[in-house]
Write a protein that binds this ligand. Structure first.
Ligand code: PMP
Ligand code: GLU
Length: 399
């Protein structure tokens, strides 16, 4: 069969690939500790499940409007007001089958062949691939560990060309957990201010921030950018609802209309009764977020302390999300007991899976080859045991 060039050049999702590998090993009886996939390990809170069950048994099993039921849109509007202090109308909000799908709809709706989309590195693995699927050109704006892996105004300025169509801002970030504060957002807004560039804010982790912080939006710092910015969010991470597949967007009506057309020819509406669950998540008791966040916070401290206690590994305490992103390049060039050389983070991740039986994601597909990503959305016991295994297997490497 001759597949399309598009299908053949597309890279599989590295995060999902690691998750699948860890699952397979587990099914084979191998005791793998999974720091791979970024997915809360909690069950969806019962009040949310009940709302969906009630919708399902009440006959909510039909098509809804493509971008979500009127109640779904109302819940998104109320959420945007409560969490961001921003006003949107029904024509300016939109629900899809997960934030990943929302982002896909956005790139398909704004990118023409050759248009450039600036992606600050390190980045979530799906951004460059989605931009490429839309025949756009991903332009990577680098940052360093010393800059907390946050894009500077200078790095943004350097990445802008006459072909720049959009900028992706992901705060808190996957894979680093880093967050842009108001000062940095102000500096970025100043660079982008007079330019005709769309800002895609991926805020999927915006409720997962620690130490009493709040995650600011560039729209709170520079409200004038509202006609050129689209906020993407969803219920997967904050409410432990990854399998439900509900994400959403808030932005200018013209863009939302394009998403509607795009989705109307692809999937139609997101699942009707999953919308009912998402409405309850966004509008119901928010205590569940606090509870999950407190647990994530303990795990965050535990994993970062454990990683920093390993020689030649350094890891900043991330302010948000549920990822630790240590620098591990001190082990590049080291040899395993069988004489194989660990050349890069891909080799190191394979070594850790085979030797220590821990699944981590190498930094390469995130555009940060000196690092690895560990998701700490797993129990404290697993974190303690996983870090112990990692330390022991790295200590056995030789020069
Ligand atoms: N954006 C980022 C940065 C993510 O890490 C994820 C992870 N799944 C998504 C978007 C998509 O989330 P979902 O499709 O589950 O809503
Ligand atoms: N976003 C999560 C991760 O980075 C889930 C997997 C995915 O959708 O990429 O692990």
């Amino acid at each position: 069969m001759r597949l399309s060039k598009r299908a053949m050049s597309l890279q599989p999702s590295a995060t999902l690939a690691i998750a699948a590998k860890a699952k397979k090993l587990r099914a084979e009886g191998v005791d793998v500790i999974d720091f791979g996939v970024g997915e809360p390990d909690f069950a969806t809170p019962p009040h949310i499940v009940e709302a969906a069950v009630k919708a399902l048994s009440g006959g909510d099993t039909h098509y809804t409007p493509v971008g979500g039921s009127p109640a779904m849109k109302k819940a998104i509007i109320a959420y945007m007001k409560r969490e961001y202090g921003l006003d949107y109308s029904a024509a300016e909000v939109f629900a899809s089958c997960g934030a990943k799908h929302t982002l896909y709809n956005i790139f398909m709706s704004i990118v023409d062949p050759g248009d450039e989309v600036i992606i600050p590195a390190p980045f979530w693995v799906s951004y460059p691939e989605q931009v490429a699927l839309a025949e756009g050109v991903p332009v990577i704006a680098p940052s360093t560990a010393a800059e907390d892996f946050l894009m500077s105004a200078a790095s943004l300025e350097k990445a802008i060309t006459p072909r720049t169509k959009a900028l992706i801002l992901n705060s808190p970030s996957n894979p680093t957990g880093g967050m842009y504060d108001k000062k940095r957002l102000g500096e970025l807004a100043e660079v982008i201010g007079g330019k005709n560039i769309i800002i895609v804010c991926d805020d999927i982790y915006h409720k997962l921030v620690y130490d009493g912080r709040e995650c600011p939006s560039i729209l709170n710092v520079a409200p004038a950018l509202r006609d050129r910015a689209v906020v993407v969010n969803g219920v997967s991470k904050s409410y432990a609802m990854t399998g439900w597949r509900i994400g959403f967007a808030a932005g200018p009506a013209e863009l939302i209309g394009a998403l509607d057309k795009m989705q109307g020819q692809a999937t139609s509406n997101p699942t009707s009764f999953a919308q009912a669950g998402a409405i309850e998540a966004l509008s119901g008791d928010q205590k569940c977020i606090e509870e999950m966040r407190a647990i994530f916070d303990r795990r965050r401290r535990l994993i970062v302390a454990g990683l920093n206690a390993i020689p030649k590994v350094s890891c900043a305490l991330p302010p948000g999300a549920f990822y630790a992103f240590p620098t591990v390049s001190g082990y590049f060039g080291a040899k395993t007991a069988s004489g194989a050389v660990i050349k890069d983070s891909m080799d190191l991740a394979s070594f850790l899976l085979e030797e220590a039986k821990i699944a981590v994601v190498p930094g390469e597909p995130f555009g940060a080859p000196e690092n690895i990503r560990l998701s700490y959305a797993t129990s404290e016991e697993s974190i303690a045991e996983g870090v112990k295994r990692m330390a022991a297997s790295l200590a056995a490497l030789s020069r």
